[in-house]
Write a protein that binds this ligand. Sequence first.
Ligand SMILES: [Zn+2]
Length: 64
Amino acid sequence: MKTIYRYYKDTEVSVLATKIECPYCGEEWMEDDMDEPGATYTLTCDDEINEGCGKEFEMHFDAS
Ligand SMILES: [Zn+2]
């Protein structure tokens, strides 16, 4: 079996975190993998660190 070696110089950021802001209470947090252009995501304001308001809302992501 062949072996390859990778180092830190071979790494790159593959997950883009999107800054979310709750339209109800203004709570802000980051979500990973929510960067599909034209996609609509349903989110719940239930941040584990800072307590959110628990309300659901939609987030639409666009490329520009
Ligand atoms: Zn909220």
